[in-house]
Design a protein around this ligand. Sequence first.
Ligand code: HEM
Length: 126
Amino acid sequence: MADIENMDSIRLLVDDFYSRVREDVLLSPVFAEFIVDWQPHLLKMYAFWNTILFGVPDYKGNPFAHHAKLTVTTRHFYRWLELFGETVDLHFEGHKAEEAKKRAEIMANMFQNRMSQLKDKNHVLL
Ligand code: HEM
């Protein structure tokens, strides 16, 4: 089995992952609330992973800002990571495949930490 090597690998990973997300009972309603046309989201995600894994400065954005507004719990993040890991393992094997899973986990943890900080702050303000 090959590793994640280039943009073709990234497209395969992203397309397959989000087609699973769209069929997932827990995750699909969260995405459906914000994404009507999937093509722009997929293009953004190709650029994101190209930047994360190959250092190509394709993605310019602030991922956390797009997640702070979501109504999600630890279960959603757990499921997201589970599906992502399964998709990576189904198609790829190697250093980049491991790195993709690791980076996703780091980002998911970072999103969750910042979300709970925001919640605590709002609580104090109330
Ligand atoms: C509970 C898990 C997650 C859910 C439900 C979720 C959901 C979403 C949704 C609905 C959007 C579109 C937001 C919009 O267009 O306004 C989005 C964008 C995005 N997500 Fe996630 N996400 C999750 C986890 C992650 C993780 C772990 C990563 C990183 C590995 C990630 C990376 C991104 C990026 C890069 C964007 C594009 C942001 C932009 O427009 O610049 N997401 N996500």
